[in-house]
Design a protein around this ligand. Structure first.
Ligand code: UD2
Length: 313
């Protein structure tokens, strides 16, 4: 790869994007596009001076195009996440996750970018009963967010077949780790659990807590994003970016209490609309074709994450 190879990370101030940025900086210049809606500039603190940072909204096609043109790889992670947020307030997530994604892909195709790696979502599988979820299953989105993220995958594949730009979609499975923002009711459940654990306050679990997720540590996801940008013969395809396990919320909350040596009984609330019951990735294709090699067990990932929150909260 030439020394001047440039990476663009949309959503680079988010917790996943900022982890990816740190990894990419070892390999070439990095530009971040982020409107700081859910991302935070402090997530890039010690690397801020080494990157090009653009406080730009991907809904603004004209502003985005020149920032992307001429890059080697675009990692498209910018999104308004959260299943419940997309139900409570569907317009912004539609505009960012579908129209914004189109703008990024269009800018990349017209700007001569070699490859796009797109952050898709495991929510596309919905409640199909079979586990683990394999890429060949028919999608069954249950929320606007899931439908929007699936649309991005379809666009990724069509941008390859119609416009010739290489695209790879990675379905992220409940990513967690340092820098995940616990400050919103729409925050990822593990960031909320961490905050409650350290503050000794009571978390709310929606439903019976026996729903399961394939919680995936952020460093493993960032590593896979880079591998997907380099692997040969994968253009136009979609892969699961999970860890390959699944854990219930009750199990995780118990484990966190054991690690911390406290007992705090959770509140149980009604199940959340649009929620998927069980989620677990079949990682065989990502391992075989992209070289996916997740390194972090749930225990190790939780301990590292907890230490980060302890220093920060
Ligand atoms: C979905 C996707 C995930 C990612 C994410 C982005 C699935 C299976 N996963 O995550 O891949 O795209 O969206 O937002 O669709 N919960 C509580 N208490 C709380 C908060 C959450 O019990 O305070 C529950 C929630 O009802 C759900 C689980 O925790 O059953 C996980 O919720 P989440 O919002 O962290 O992530 P999820 O699964 O919607």
């Amino acid at each position: 790869m030439p020394a001047s190879t440039k990476f663009v990370v949309t959503g680079g101030a988010g917790f996943i994007g900022s982890t990816l940025v740190r990894r990419l900086l070892r390999l070439g210049p990095v530009a971040v596009i982020d409107n700081l809606l859910t991302g935070r500039e402090r997530n890039l603190e010690e690397v801020r001076g080494q990157i090009e940072f653009h406080n730009t909204d991907i809904r603004d096609a004209k502003a985005v195009a020149p920032l992307i043109a001429g890059a080697d790889t675009v990692f498209h992670l910018a999104a308004i996440p959260s299943v419940p947020r997309s139900i409570d307030d569907p317009e912004p997530s539609h505009e960012v996750n579908i129209d914004g994604t189109f703008n990024v892909f269009r800018a990349a195709a017209q700007g001569g970018v070699r490859r796009i790696v797109y952050a898709a979502s495991s929510s596309a599988y919905g409640d199909t009963p079979t586990l683990p979820k394999t890429e060949s299953m028919t999608p069954a989105p249950k929320s606007p967010y899931a439908a929007q993220k699936l649309m991005g995958e379809y666009y990724a594949s069509v941008f390859y077949s119609c416009f010739g730009i290489e695209t790879v979609s990675l379905r992220f499975f409940n990513v967690y780790g340092p820098r995940q923002d616990p400050s919103s009711p729409y925050s990822g459940v593990l960031s909320l659990f961490m905050k409650h654990l350290l503050n000794r306050t009571t978390p709310t679990i929606f439903g019976d807590g026996e729903q399961t997720r394939d919680f995936t540590y952020v460093e493993d996801v960032a590593g896979l994003c880079y591998k997907a940008s380099q692997a040969p013969g994968v253009a136009g395809k979609m892969y699961n970016a999970g860890n390959g396990g699944r854990y219930s919320l009750n199990f995780i909350w118990d484990l966190l209490q054991k690690i911390e040596g406290v007992r705090i009984a959770p509140n149980y609330g009604p199940p959340r609309p649009g929620d998927v019951r069980d989620s677990m990735a079949d990682t065989a294709s990502a391992k075989a074709e992209l070289g996916h090699a997740p390194r972090f067990s749930i225990e190790e990932g939780l301990k590292r994450t907890l230490e980060w929150y302890r220093q920060t909260i």
